[in-house]
Design a binder for this molecule. Structure first.
Ligand code: OAD
Length: 255
């Protein structure tokens, strides 16, 4: 990655966005923070109070599927009450504008890549979205493999952990630590990142790989990089812009 002077200039980034024919945004938990959804790291992050090893690994699920489901049920209840915030809405609007102005052969001028499983980008109206870590509103059968939408909140306590019609346990259709990312989603994400002229990194601590590596893929393929985060991230020194502040305030100013 290159070392360039990092700029904190919203107007300049807005200009670059207007000129770019293909834009990619990578989002993380921080974009949903202003909707009241807890992030993973930082002072109030989930991993401060809960252990990922006990809640977000295949081993944890094998050992205590009820505990894992209780935790996901709790997160689903928080997210169910949450609304998309101005940051989610601005990214959906950016997609519409990019698609209207300049589109590739598939009709896209914008791709959203998210590490989030909360579904708030969908609810905000984003359409061309790659979900790297799955979706909390889908369940997958550990036996027959069937995947289906499930929006029941809360799950009936006497039905925890939930079971498939085939009798096997259902699990949240999300990626746990130690599991590979869905290969098709990953391939699409790499392909989009390599084509990006401008790559926005929004609300992610950028410490979880391989997702964080997409910024490097974009950068090496010639994209300009902008980081939107109230805190410094490991990507800042390689970025063209590092805009410090909440996504819900900065993103609408980029439109
Ligand atoms: P993290 O919790 O690691 O990081 C959240 C980032 O959001 C931090 O850098 C915060 O500074 C920033 N942030 C907080 N409030 C913000 C706001 N209002 N606007 C913009 N940024 C804000 O979350 P992720 O980077 O998404 O994986 O974590 C990556 C992965 O680690 C998650 O997908 C999850 C987690 O363990 C799995 O569960 C597999």
């Amino acid at each position: 990655m290159k070392n360039s002077p990092v700029r904190n200039d919203v107007d300049e980034l807005r200009g670059a966005l207007e000129r770019a024919s293909f834009v990619v945004a990578l989002t993380g938990a921080g974009i949903s923070a202003e909707s009241g959804v807890p992030t993973f790291r930082g002072s109030n992050g989930l991993w401060r109070n809960y252990s990922p090893e006990k809640l977000a690994t295949p081993q944890a699920f094998a050992k205590d599927p009820r505990l894992v489901w209780e935790w996901y049920d709790w997160r689903r209840s928080i997210i169910h009450k949450a609304q998309p915030n101005p940051g989610h809405l601005a990214l959906a609007e950016l997609e519409r504008r990019q698609n209207a102005a300049r589109r590739d052969a598939a009709g896209h001028g914008f791709t959203l890549i998210t590490q989030n499983v909360d579904g708030l980008h969908d609810r905000a109206g984003s359409r061309n979205t790659i979900k790297l870590h799955g979706d909390l509103w889908y369940v997958q059968c550990t036996g027959c493999g069937a995947v289906e939408r499930n929006q029941e909140v809360p799950l009936p306590p006497d039905n925890l952990p939930p079971r498939c019609r085939c009798g096997a346990l259902l699990r949240p259709a999300v990626v746990w630590f130690g599991e590979p990312l869905p290969s098709q989603a990953w391939e699409r994400a790499v392909e989009a990142s390599a084509r990006a002229e401008l790559f926005l990194v929004v609300g992610t601590s950028a410490v979880v790989y391989p997702a964080a590596g997409l910024a490097e893929v974009a950068r090496q393929a010639g994209a300009r990089l902008a980081i939107l985060n109230p805190e410094p991230t490991p990507l800042d020194s390689a970025a063209d812009w590092a805009l410090r502040g909440p996504a819900g305030e900065i993103l609408p100013r980029l439109l």
